[in-house]
Each structure stands twice: as structure tokens, then as C-alpha cells.
Design a protein around this ligand. Structure first.
Ligand code: ADP
Length: 397
């Protein structure tokens, strides 16, 4: 019912705005992603991404919106829809028109041609329930969410298959994050619900979506140089820098639970923060017993508490377990068993990750404010350069 009302409303709005619709449709179609033949990471020039353009006629003119829910997020349902012209199955995400929503759309568009990133196909500005909304039409990721797939496997898949999968998953996430860093964007919400497979096939591509918490990192940080490694990373807020996004997903993907886990039921308990800061964690058996030393060493490098020691995204991509992910020895994993033995555990893990990421983002912002005050405040710098009134010209300490 909700969906059909929704469709109706778009139609009504369209009729009311016939005038502007005609004007808008006379404009050229926006090209939202880069040239599909170019490789954004190796090409000398970064791909040319067009600026965000919204169509203002009703989305229902171009797409048939179904009541099929592809997934639920904090902003509501993502619905299956079909392009009327081509019949292509797509996904529709609806956001109320706010500054935050515009930033999400803008950043997602900017990276929408990149490797292992969900593509945006079209954007609309429509009225819904009396409110202006932004509508994002994306490619439909028919393979669903990352962990649903691992979970759905249920009983033991072949060890070779799982071993390959674990390193390939990390490789694909790394590709997406490397590209984002290259574009000076930190995603800040890399978690299994935001990692979707293109199709249900075993050779499907894993792609990253949901730029609702993404941030540009050009102002006071650059994600490129290890020395200034900003710190989009969740863990960086706890006293660390570098390689933020990987840390959250990697260890979880490997064994089914995070290396840091709260004993108190809080997202991040004070004790847990302390353990993360001090780098106190272990790889308990039996879950980690069969994970290769190489993979464990990689995790150790990602969780280094000293930012200068922590791996950069480039080093991560060059690590043999990642760069040779197609041929590394298979790692038998317990993720699927851990998650299927106790279904509630999975919901807990998801919840834990979501709150942990939220806490880390808040911490990060607070850390940044401090940094700016102390290290990069232009007014402060100016003051420091001014001669001290009444003081000696030189060496007036
Ligand atoms: P929110 O910002 O509200 O959390 P998301 O963008 O994370 O929304 O989408 C919510 C869920 O919808 C995802 O976890 C996923 O299951 C599903 N989803 C999102 N985008 C697509 C897509 N392009 N194709 C298929 N399913 C999608």
C-alpha cells in the first residue's frame, strides 16, 4: 500500500509541475560515471566525473517502482524498480532533501565510476508526502549483502573456496578503499550491510555502497601520504591513524566475530577502548587456529597502534595475501559456522559494528577539532609570528 501511494504521489507531483518538467527534460542527460573503458587508478588523469544533476520530472515516468524491498537501512527501504525504456532492473533509494543527503549523493556520484563501487544511474528531485526528496537510482546488486551470502552457505563449503573468498573479499574492499583514498574520500561506514554482490553467481563482484557517512579529506588531511595519514579510521580516533576502513571489516570477515568485543554490552566499553589503544587482542582457538600466519600478520599490521607503523592502503594492496589473493593457500574459516550456529549472534555482531563505527566517527571528529586548535590554527600561527610587544627582536624567549 505504501508503495502504490508513493507511486501515485510522484505522478501527482509530476502533473503539478508540467511546466518545469518540460524545461528539465530539454536538458542533456547527466553522465554520472566515468568512461567505463578507463582505469581510474592507472590512468594519468583522474576520470572526469560530471557534476551532480537531478531530474525534476517524476521518477515514475522513467521507472516502474515495485514493492519489492531490496534492503533496509537507517533511511528506510531500498526498492526494486525497472527502467521503462530498457527493462533494466535497478535499485531506488529515497532520502529527504537535506544538506547531509546532498553530500551523500554528491560524494557517491563522484566515485560512482570507480572499481568495486555501486554505480549511480540517475538522480531525481521529487516531492513525496509533501516533502522534497532526493531519489537515487542505482544498479541493482542482485547478489545481496556480503554476510548474508556467507551465512546462506550454511554447511561447510569446500575449504579452497572459502580460503579464496576471504582474501578476495579483502582484496575487493581494498580496491574500493584505495580508489576512495585516491579521490580523497573516506567512506567511514564500511560494514557487511554496505558490501553488496552484483549477482548471485559465485564469480560476482563485491561492491561498496552507502556514502551517508563519507567525508572529503582534502582540507586538513590527505589520505595519500602515510606521514600525515589522517584518520578516517575508526581506530585512529582511539589514538591511531592510517588505514581506517579495513580494520572494521577484515577481522570480522575472517572468523565471524571482531577481535575486540565488549563484555559489558555497550558498543565500545571503556575497557575495550583501552585494549584497542594498547593493541591488546588475541586470535583465540579454535576459530583462528586454521587462519594462516600470513593473514594474521596482515591483521596485526592493520591494528598497529602507532600510526607510523600502521599499514597504508598501498602496502595493504601489495601484501601477498591480498595481491595474490587468487592463489594464496586456502584458509578454512569458521565465519559461516559461527554465524549459523547462533543466528542471534549475527544480529549482535551487526549491531555492534554499527554502534562501534558511530562511536568512532564521533571520536574522530572530536580528535580533529583538537588537532586543528593546536597544530594548524592560522590565527594562532599568525600570533606566533608576531614580535612580542616590548620583547627583544631576536631570542626574546
Ligand atoms: P541507508 O543509508 O538507509 O543505511 P543503504 O544505502 O545502506 O541505506 O541501503 C540499505 C540496504 O539496501 C543495503 O544494506 C542493501 O541491503 C540494500 N541496497 C542498497 N543499495 C542497493 C543496490 N544498489 N542494490 C541492491 N540492494 C541495495
Amino acid at each position: 500500500i505504501h508503495c502504490s501511494l508513493f507511486t501515485e504521489e510522484f505522478k501527482m507531483h509530476h502533473n503539478q509541475e508540467e511546466q518545469s518538467v518540460n524545461q528539465m527534460s530539454a536538458q542533456p542527460e547527466p553522465a554520472l560515471h566515468g568512461d567505463s573503458n578507463s582505469d581510474p587508478l592507472t590512468d594519468q588523469q583522474p576520470p572526469a566525473y560530471s557534476k551532480v544533476e537531478f531530474k525534476r520530472h517524476a521518477v515514475t515516468d522513467d521507472y516502474k517502482i515495485t514493492s519489492q524491498v531490496l534492503g533496509l537501512g537507517i533511511n528506510g527501504k531500498v526498492l526494486e524498480c525497472y527502467c521503462k525504456k530498457t527493462g533494466e532492473k535497478c535499485a531506488l533509494k529515497i532520502l529527504y532533501d537535506t544538506l547531509k543527503a546532498r553530500r551523500e549523493v554528491e560524494l557517491h556520484c563522484r566515485v560512482s565510476g570507480g572499481p568495486h563501487i555501486v554505480r549511480i544511474l540517475s538522480l531525481y528531485e521529487n516531492m513525496h508526502q509533501g516533502k522534497k526528496c532526493l531519489l537515487i537510482i542505482m544498479e541493482c546488486m542482485e547478489g545481496g549483502e556480503l554476510f548474508s551470502r556467507i551465512q546462506a552457505r550454511g554447511t561447510r563449503p569446500s575449504q579452497r573456496e572459502v580460503g579464496h573468498k576471504a582474501s578476495e573479499i579483502m582484496h575487493d574492499i581494498g580496491m574500493a578503499i584505495e580508489f576512495l583514498h585516491h579521490m580523497d574520500i573516506a567512506h567511514r561506514d564500511v560494514k557487511p550491510e554496505n558490501l553488496l554482490y552484483t549477482t548471485k553467481d559465485s564469480n560476482a563482484t563485491l561492491t561498496l555502497t552507502d556514502f551517508g557517512f563519507a567525508k572529503e579529506t582534502t582540507l586538513h588531511n590527505s589520505l595519500q601520504t602515510p606521514a600525515t595519514l589522517p584518520t578516517m579510521l575508526p581506530l585512529k580516533c582511539l589514538g591511531q591513524r592510517n588505514m581506517t576502513n579495513h580494520v572494521t571489516c577484515g577481522p570480522w570477515a575472517l572468523c565471524g566475530f571482531p577481535p575486540f568485543y565488549s563484555n559489558t554490552g555497550q558498543a565500545i566499553s571503556p575497557g575495550m577502548k583501552q585494549r584497542i589503544r594498547l593493541g591488546q587482542y588475541e586470535f583465540p582457538n579454535p576459530e583462528w587456529a586454521d587462519v594462516s600466519e600470513e593473514a594474521k600478520q596482515l591483521i596485526v599490521q592493520l591494528l598497529k597502534t602507532d600510526p607510523n607503523e600502521r599499514m597504508t592502503i598501498g602496502q595493504f594492496m601489495n601484501h601477498p595475501w591480498i595481491s595474490q589473493s587468487m592463489v594464496v593457500p586456502p584458509t578454512p574459516l569458521h565465519t559461516s559456522r559461527v554465524l549459523t550456529e547462533d543466528k542471534e549472534l549475527w544480529d549482535d555482531v551487526k549491531e555492534e559494528m554499527t554502534s562501534a563505527l558511530a562511536t568512532m566517527r564521533v571520536d574522530y571528529d572530536q580528535v580533529k577539532i583538537k588537532d586543528l586548535d593546536t597544530s594548524n590554527n592560522p590565527l594562532l600561527n599568525k600570533r606566533r609570528q608576531r614580535p612580542v610587544p616590548g620583547g627583544a627582536e631576536k631570542g626574546g624567549e
